[in-house]
Design a protein. Structure first.
Lengths: 193, 104
């Protein structure tokens, strides 16, 4: 990571926690964990409240759908760490029924419902161009998404437009697939708080 | 239905108005991507527009300008949350406009 404090500036108690994680999972501690545990009152704790609500709060979107949105926003931002991390979570949440990587590569012909496809396209424009207009929203309504579903999707988009920027700016290292698998299990079992 | 509005307000209030190593005015300038001069300003603008292009040199330049690592940490967090907030608020306004037009 580009700031030494994020690698080694944690409190003694947090360093002990990291040692336990390394031992229990037999994987390195992901840089995103190091970030949220550094001066957690400034960023990690309040951001965790937002992301937990967006990703695990009650919603007409499934957890798999919201993790797919997270991966899609990350891919649009060209954030390798977050794309791989949330592709793994979405795949695990969906099970073997659909290939998340294939969906991310070809949204137009992939096997997903129209409200989700239209929502992803809108989130992609918002993330890429930083703006959307009423016509973009009407297209999502026309595809069958409700107002609440759109609001819920915008919450996911907010969280991952923050997290992806931090991952790329702080220079998160991108580990192998086993570490992301372990991370996916944790996020599905425990959430984001 | 999930509702992040309250949690997002608490987050924004914490990073901009709570204790920090960077001054409140620096944190707010980073959040707004407006008014932060020199290397820290260039870094904040890059985070807002295309964070994947940030390099080691961008961070080094911000440090060399006189910021501590903790100050860079805070400026980066504020810049990222600021840009995501502008996107979010813009999209909610577009959603309101589309919903209002649908009721006419």
């Amino acid at each position: 990571m580009r700031l030494a404090i994020l690698d080694s500036g944690h409190s003694f108690g947090t360093k002990v926690l990291f040692a336990l994680i390394r031992t229990a999972l037999r994987q390195p501690v992901l840089d995103v964990i190091k970030l949220v545990k550094y001066r957690a009152d400034f960023y990690g704790d309040p951001m965790g409240q937002v992301t937990q609500e967006a990703m695990r709060g009650s919603s007409a979107w499934s957890i798999g759908d919201r993790e797919l949105m997270a991966a899609f926003v990350a891919k649009t931002n060209q954030c390798e760490f977050c794309t791989k991390a949330h592709t793994a979570v979405a795949q695990s949440a969906y099970g073997d029924g659909k290939s998340v990587s294939a969906l991310l590569s070809d949204l137009d012909t992939g096997a997903i419902e129209e409200p989700l496809r239209a929502t992803l396209l809108m989130l992609g424009k918002l993330t890429r161009e930083h703006t959307v207009n009423a016509d973009d929203m009407r297209a999502v309504f026309a595809a069958g998404a409700s107002r609440q579903q759109i609001e819920d999707a915008l919450a996911v988009c907010f969280s991952f437009n923050v997290i992806g920027r931090l991952a790329d700016t702080f220079g998160f290292s991108v580990p192998g697939p086993e570490a992301f698998e372990a991370g996916a299990k944790y996020l599905l079992a425990r959430g984001y708080r | 239905m999930s509702d992040i509005r309250q949690a997002r307000e608490a987050l924004t209030s914490r990073i901009l108005e709570g204790d920090g190593k960077a001054s409140p005015s620096e944190r707010r300038a980073a959040f707004n991507n407006n008014g932060l001069a020199g290397a820290p300003g260039a870094l904040g603008d890059k985070i807002a527009k295309h964070a994947y292009r940030v390099t080691d040199q961008d961070i080094t330049a911000a440090r060399t300008s006189g910021l501590s690592e903790d100050q860079v940490f805070e400026i980066v967090v504020c810049a990222a949350i600021g840009q995501a907030s502008r996107q979010y608020v813009t999209a909610l306004a577009a959603l309101d406009a589309a919903a209002a037009a649908g009721k006419e």
